[in-house]
Design a protein around this ligand. Sequence first.
Ligand SMILES: [Zn+2]
Length: 134
Amino acid sequence: MTITVEGLDLPEDDEERDELLNDITRLIRQKTREDGESEPGKITITDCYQYATLPPECPRCGGEPHRADPTIHPDKPREAQSKLDCRKCGYTASAIYKLVDIEKNKYLSEIRAERYISIVADGEVIPEYQSYER
Ligand SMILES: [Zn+2]
């Protein structure tokens, strides 16, 4: 289960914000226990955007699969695809890469490019969330 709350103004004070997030966690834990769950699943609550990522290992054997360089999908400019090929167990699949962030040079200069910052974390863009299709 994933709960996404967007556009909620949290308290600017760190202590007040942490207290509110802890209260929300406590309420979810309490409600799931009331509904028969003896121990709710892991509850993670944060006050920032999150993106999903998969481990790089082969999902079948844990080996290190070969991946071709991704190519951008012609009809989906935010998506790239490559072939995933595990030589250890023969697993083959398509790897999907989605645009989740853009890191801009903090110094806005090509000369001093040693520090990049996320435009999502910086609040310049708001990510969209989509469910995985089965
Ligand atoms: Zn494998």
